[in-house]
Design a protein around this ligand. Structure first.
Ligand code: NAX
Length: 326
């Protein structure tokens, strides 16, 4: 048996965590041979609910779970961790301006960045799910100067999976035959799902699609899928977000199920494709042996360029709103 790794999850009594914690405990994220210690973090008013989650977790008697910590103290929750799943965030309440949401979350994530810097392992892998995920990840990264910027990521994997699924429905073929989907930019309605490089088996998918469908159906449907789920379910996507979070971390830590296929992750820009290098921006990546590389040298047509610039502009505006916390 391998030694246990420590995984912290914030927002541990929330909806996404209610699915995510059980995915991790059953080995879906880090492998069926990887024991885990779960460090579950909540704000004090939610500690009672978290106790209920811990009871359920205990009742599963998962063989891989070697310890459970439930706490509202981030210095305890992040102590010596290998993985951080930052799910908890302040939700948008009625009448709240976008700027207030950004600021409310900025304070949470600057404190979490400082705590990670103080007590987490130096090679901790951090995934920010809580929205606005890209900018929250940027704040976390800036507040943890002793941890390499490569270790801070934001989730656009749900958007990536949604794009795969839309393509497989449209083309009536198994999504495992579809490769090289890319999500660029912000996890928001400006994100850009790009299928110009996508292959079915080894053939360009673009030859089988018309631009009208891409522009008027695929892109807006992926961009607004979260809202469509809220309308249908009366609650925001939770199980699918948990699956996407587990996939993100799995592929980063252990490689993709389809080796060398692309994944989409918000990462610190290195200036690739001319993107401002102080943003957490989603790029197409290939994960290998615990690291990732941006897919380089792609030809970006005018249609894509316009949309990539739009989502970059939105991220710059978000950064400007919280600049004092960087
Ligand atoms: P819930 O409101 O069900 O749960 C959030 C939990 O976080 C609550 O239990 C709350 O007490 C806790 N929390 C708040 N502040 C905290 C803090 N400072 N430390 C620790 N815990 C804290 O939301 P849920 O449906 O689980 O969604 C969580 C976040 O994921 C939201 O911000 C949501 O917008 C975001 N999402 C991000 C997605 C992505 O693809 N990046 C997709 C799904 C989801 O919309």
């Amino acid at each position: 048996m391998k030694p246990a790794v420590k995984v912290a999850i914030t927002g541990a009594a929330g909806n996404i965590a209610y699915s995510l914690i059980f995915q991790i405990a059953s080995g879906n994220m880090l492998g069926k041979d990887q024991p885990v210690i779960l460090q579950l973090i909540e704000i004090p008013p939610a500690l009672g609910a978290l106790e209920g989650v811990v009871m359920e977790l205990e009742d599963c008697a998962f063989p891989l779970v070697k310890g459970i910590v439930a706490t509202s103290d981030i210095n305890v929750g992040f102590d010596d961790i290998d993985y951080a799943m930052l799910v908890g965030a302040r939700p948008r309440s009625k009448g709240m301006e976008r700027k207030d949401l950004l600021l409310g979350n900025a304070e949470i994530f600057s404190a979490q960045g400082k705590a990670l810097n103080a007590v987490a392992k130096r090679d901790v892998k951090v995934l920010v799910v809580g929205n606005p995920a890209n900018t929250n990840a940027l704040i976390t990264m800036h507040n943890a100067p002793d941890i390499a910027p490569t270790q801070f990521t934001a989730m656009t994997r749900l958007d990536h999976q949604r794009t795969l699924s839309q393509l497989s429905t449209k083309l009536e073929l198994d999504h495992t035959r579809i490769h090289q989907v890319a999500i660029w930019g912000n996890h928001s309605a400006t994100q850009y799902p790009d299928v110009f490089h996508t292959l079915v088996d080894d053939q360009p998918v673009i030859e089988q699609l018309d631009m009208d469908w891409i522009e008027k159906a695929l892109i807006p449907d992926v961009q607004t899928r979260g809202a469509a789920i809220i309308n249908a379910r009366g609650a925001s996507s939770a199980a699918s977000a948990a699956v996407a979070a587990a996939l993100h971390m799995h592929d980063w830590a252990l490689n993709s199920a389809q080796p060398d296929d692309w994944v989409s992750m918000g990462i610190k820009s290195n200036g690739d494709y001319g993107i401002d290098d102080d943003l957490i921006f989603s790029f197409p990546l290939v994960c290998r042996d615990g690291e990732y590389d941006v897919v380089k040298g792609l030809e970006i047509n005018d249609f894509s360029e316009q949309r990539i610039r739009l989502t970059e502009k939105e991220l710059i505006e978000e950064r400007d709103a919280i600049r004092h916390l960087l």
